[in-house]
Design a protein around this ligand. Sequence first.
Ligand code: SAM
Length: 317
Amino acid sequence: MTSTPELQQYYASWESRIGYRFLLGGTRHFGYYAKSSSRPWPVGSALVKMEGQLFEALQCPRGSRVLDAGCGVGHVAMYMAKRGQYKVDCIDVVPRHVDWAKKNVRDAKMEDVIRVEKGDYHRLEGYKDGSFDGIYTMETLVHSTDPTNALKGFYRILKPGGRIALHEYHFHSMNTAPTDVKESAEKIIRHAAMPALARFTMADVLRRHLQKVGFQDVCIRDISSHIMPMLRLFYYLARIPYLIFKRRGMEHHFINTFVAVKCWQGREFWSYVQVTGRKATESDFDQGRTSSALVMVTGRDKDSAEESKHRVVKRRR
Ligand SMILES: C[S@@+](CC[C@H](N)C(=O)[O-])C[C@H]1O[C@@H](n2cnc3c(N)ncnc32)[C@H](O)[C@@H]1O
């Protein structure tokens, strides 16, 4: 239930390495655009705006200690540390990303506020209970082999009242999707090492995972319409190479090219969501709101969805 060979292989491929470096400067997340925007430029400021969205969702006070789970090359952590004056612990499971993040942090002279280590977010035993004020993920939980276990770990190492913010993708129900979309989804899950996507088939699934683990005030916001200019850009860049690779039966060797084309064509069937919540506090216990939190403590597996306030903002196009 940790890093898999498929995951390492996916990030080791030349297609991944060159694509991310030249298109996004090593950052590995979508940009955020105004809903009315159709142009993807400038890409750099859209990436920063997405980091701003995650920062605002996290709502941690200045000076908080936060965990960046799946930090990539560390750009998100650097933004968070600067904007919130946070102390950031970064972990990533791919050694090349860890080295690159360390270098970026060193070059920015931010080693006193950002610590980068190789680590797997399924294996958080090294952190004491209640170590963090906040935890965030930027487009990484789709790679999880056991999302419930990862979220349990996050819950344990958060302080009471500590905040979580996740920017992730999920598929809508696959039952109603055309065969082509289902087959593409299966290829992406397999070749881009995204096993959790097979389970995140509804907006509700991530919310239920969080509630089961004990998070309170779970909120899901669909922000898919804000990533469309970048999704369209990737599609235009990838469509000719995709046709060539397809004709030669080599699609799965160029999985990012495949993803770019299929995710644009099948955009009605998946969403980009921002998920937030907080760890229960003493006062939640007093108000009897935390039987979901007790699941963690007692090990009972009881879903208490009705005890967490939630809101699903439907996707609007
Ligand atoms: C799409 S990239 C996002 C990177 C970074 N958050 C960003 O926004 O630029 C996903 C990252 O999660 C990392 N990752 C995947 N599974 C992980 C795990 N189990 N533990 C820690 N990091 C993981 C990958 O190595 C990769 O760097």
